[in-house]
Design a protein around this ligand. Structure first.
Ligand code: KG4
Ligand code: ZN
Length: 354
């Protein structure tokens, strides 16, 4: 059974080429992600020029596979959605141009989406082709990724930003610290795995609680972690070379455990502050870093403790994917929103929420 509108979603803001089909009830009929880990690995991070060329090469197979997995042809589609930003401009251009052309060619509605809007609603997606959970009219969304650390408040489709990072994003800091340790790209999941093998000690990293202005900040934690890596190198307990989680020594594993604990503690502290003030009812947690094991455990414990209805994004949809883009378009279409496919443009930075 397919509930209209059937949305074809496209995501290409960074290094993943993704296409998905999601119906009006939020059922994910197919979600295909082609990641580009290999071509970027020698450089330790995403190289924009390589990424945009890879999108062009990957697109035909990814889009075909998404349609085949859903058992559908393109002309069955009722609407098209593509990410318009923020992200790498060359990469965004590939996906948005294809999306605009398909919508215009089919004469169907088009949605040019903010990447965060995709993450924001992704915790309501379910696995195995079930309809998505009901999206409450009012909820809080925590988006933690390589580019964002944002606490948002959604009210009848209107999004207000409550807390942003004033410097680095949480995922970005995991990547940089992991890279300095010699771990391969993408480093975030490996730092998480290293931390699982380490033992935390008290007091290595302090988490300050700003009183007047509430913001996230990760650059101080990053700098301190980098200095601590230097210290274990000086003590010759870590050699600056390529590492896997299995070749890291115990001092490095313990350092990662402390680093991750401090990064997660900051999130929980800020949520406590906001909850005291605003009473969070439902918290939807999304983005690549929402796969972090400690973050999931700590948020679950906190939400249980204070009685918050916690929606953690399913691991399949935590990283960048097109199901979240298509589903956000379903939500937009329910609100009567849409964009002109001839006018949509990409942008590397776009503010999100008032
Ligand atoms: O949402 P996403 O796929 O792309 C962006 O929109 O940025 O998030 C990717 C980020 C990367 O920084 C990656 O290292 C991080 O999410 N990440 C993690 C984990 N899994 C992915 N960070 C910490 N722990 C993880 N388990
Ligand atoms: Zn993302």
């Amino acid at each position: 059974m397919i509930t209209p509108p059937l949305v074809f979603g496209i995501e290409s803001s960074c290094d993943d080429t993704a296409c998905a089909l999601v119906d009006g009830a939020g059922r994910v009929l197919s979600s295909v992600v082609s990641s580009q880990v290999e071509p970027h690995r020698p450089f330790g991070g995403v190289v924009p020029e390589i990424a945009s060329r890879q999108h062009l090469g990957n697109w035909p197979a990814v889009s075909r596979e998404a349609l085949e997995k859903a058992g559908l042809e393109l002309d069955a589609v009722d609407a098209v959605a593509a990410t318009r930003g923020p992200g790498l401009v060359g990469c965004l251009l590939v996906g948005l141009s294809l999306g605009r052309a398909i919508a215009y060619g089919l004469g169907k509605p088009f949605h040019g989406l903010h990447h965060l809007e995709g993450h924001l609603y992704s915790p309501f997606l379910t696995l195995d082709g079930e309809p998505a959970a009901d999206v409450p009219e009012r909820f809080h969304g925590l988006v933690v990724s390589g580019g964002h650390t944002s606490l948002l408040e959604v009210d009848a489709g209107r999004v207000r930003s409550l807390i942003e990072t004033r410097d680095d994003a949480m995922g970005e800091v995991f990547d940089k610290v992991g890279k300095r340790l010699g771990l391969a790209f993408p480093q975030g999941p490996k730092v998480d795995a290293a931390a699982e093998k380490g033992t935390t000690s008290k007091g290595r990293f302090k988490v300050s609680t700003p009183k007047d202005e509430v913001y996230f900040s990760y650059s101080g934690l990053k700098s301190q972690a980098l200095r601590e890596i230097e210290a274990i190198e000086r003590a010759e307990e870590h050699v600056r070379t390529e590492h896997t989680v299995d070749t890291l020594g115990q001092p490095a594993l313990d350092l990662m455990a402390d680093f991750r604990a401090a990064a997660v503690r900051q999130i929980v502290r800020r949520l406590e502050q906001v909850h005291r003030r605003d009473r969070i009812k439902t918290l939807a947690v999304s983005g690549g870093v929402a796969a972090n094991r400690l973050l999931r455990r700590e948020l679950t414990a906190w939400a249980d403790d204070v009685g918050v209805d916690l929606r953690l994004v399913p691991l399949r949809y935590s990283g960048d994917n097109a199901a979240m883009i298509a589903f956000a378009a379903v939500v937009r279409q329910r609100l009567g929103l849409g964009d002109d496919p001839r006018a949509a443009v990409v942008a590397s930075r776009i503010p999100f929420g008032s």
